[in-house]
Design a protein around this ligand. Structure first.
Ligand SMILES: [Zn+2]
Length: 440
């Protein structure tokens, strides 16, 4: 200690005669427990940031003497990589919410291309980094008026080429496409180096895995593949919402052996599952008396909560009754167990929520997604990996983010407590850093 004082005294005349040296780092987060996102944990380190990047992760006592323009004392706190939500639909109001909850990257799997593709080219601390699909590809008669309808090889080639040239980082395929159409889309997308995300209906998860899709969203097509009544399931997808209801309820009837066989096939084919359990749960809770008591709703525009998310609207369109939703609740633990089974079989699970669907709040819902994984049997470390390094791999942004290591963008979340002991600690956010800028 006396030495440092002595050095300070010595430097006074120098600083009087020389221009002061600027600190070499923009930000130092000192003495935090660092969860790197790839399985490594450093019990105590200082993370230095400059020019938007992580400069170094320093575990030596000498780090204390290294100056930075801004320092955050983080003893007893935990630094995790910026979180990634791999299944979202960005809204005009959602960017600040993602950042507030530590979500610094998202994958948008269907939106208005004119809005989302230019946004995906912007890399700014004002919002999360976006990897976007543009508009989804679907078959004739799509539920979504803004889907790109493809019906033959020629239209597939044109659609995929246009999307990729416009900046799409993923191609999204939807429920009305047959397995042969999905195979044609995968072939075209692969030739352009772009992965395919699938919300399945007419094609099962096994068919889509054989066709070569990269990720399966919502666990769609899994119950269909394991079902003993394949034809009834296939017909149900003639209507989008009836198809959702059918595959959701089918989980209650599946034979465990059939489900395990489906999981094994998907693992063998290297398919990533993006479960969106937060969405499955939100649908199941639409008539819960405490639905509007979620404090996260305070940040959602009132007209969205009252109009776009009105439970009566989707329940009428989907022909759901309170009894249907009660059955959806019984499905939840079955889905949660499947996620664990999939991970234990060596499959990759990546966290996604499907925000901003009804009552799936941007940012907040990703923390719920992780809690549901852990409640279903994943370890907190596995859950964190699903929203950091594994998610970055899926999005094709692993060179930039997803782990805390020198050279990566400084996308960081400082939380109190230890998420590896209790995953709910990811909600106790103290600071969020996006591209080196402290945004919270
Ligand atoms: Zn979606």
């Amino acid at each position: 200690m006396w030495l440092r004082h002595a050095l300070c005294l010595l430097t006074i005349p120098l600083t009087m005669s020389l221009p002061p040296q600027p600190p070499s780092f923009d930000l130092a987060i000192r003495h935090a427990r660092v969860i790197h996102g790839d399985g490594r944990v450093t019990p105590r380190a200082t993370v230095f940031v400059s020019s938007g990047r992580i400069s170094r992760v320093d575990t030596t006592p000498a780090a204390d003497a290294v100056p930075a323009r801004r320092a955050i004392e983080a003893s007893g706190q935990t630094l995790i990589p910026g979180l990634i939500d791999a299944h979202v639909h960005v809204e005009s109001w959602s960017a600040p919410l993602f950042l507030k909850y530590g979500v610094t990257s998202v994958r948008d799997v269907h939106n208005a291309p004119d809005m989302i593709l230019p946004l995906s080219r912007v890399d700014s601390p004002a919002g999360p980094r976006i990897v976007a699909a543009g508009a989804m590809l679907d078959g004739p008669g799509s539920f979504w008026p803004n889907a790109i309808v493809v019906s033959d090889i020629t239209s597939v080639r044109v659609a995929v080429r246009r999307q990729v040239e416009a900046g799409a980082g993923v191609i999204k395929v939807y429920t009305r496409l047959s397995s042969s159409m999905i195979a044609a889309i995968v072939q075209e997308a692969r030739a352009r180096g772009v992965p395919v995300a699938a919300h399945l209906g007419r094609a099962t998860a096994v068919e889509a895995a054989i066709a070569g899709v990269t990720s399966i969203e919502h666990l769609s097509g899994v119950a269909d593949a394991a079902s003993s009544d394949r034809e009834r399931m296939k017909r149900a997808h003639d209507d989008f919402l009836a198809g959702w209801t059918a595959f959701e309820l089918e989980w209650l009837r599946l034979q465990p052996a059939a489900l395990e066989q489906v999981a094994r096939t998907l693992v063998e084919r290297g398919v990533t599952v993006v479960p969106t359990l937060a969405l499955h749960e939100a649908f199941s809770r639409l008539v819960d008396p405490d639905l509007l008591k979620d404090p996260a709703l305070a940040d959602v525009p009132a007209e969205v909560v009252q109009r776009a998310w009105a439970p009566v609207d989707i329940m009428t369109r989907a022909k759901w009754t309170p009894e249907t939703l009660a059955q959806f609740k019984r499905v939840m633990p079955v889905l949660q167990r499947f996620v664990t089974l999939y991970a234990q079989a060596g499959g990759r699970v990546v966290a996604g929520t499907d925000t901003a669907q009804q009552f799936v709040v941007p940012g907040a819902s990703l923390h719920r997604e992780l809690e549901l994984y852990v409640a279903g049997g994943l370890t907190p470390a596995q859950a964190l990996k699903s929203a950091t390094s594994d998610a970055a791999d899926l999005l094709g942004i692993a060179a930039r983010t997803g782990t805390i290591q020198a050279g990566k963008d400084a996308d960081l979340v400082l939380v109190s407590g230890d998420p590896l002991a209790d995953i709910r600690a990811t909600r106790r956010i103290l600071n969020v850093v996006r591209g080196g800028v402290v945004v919270r």
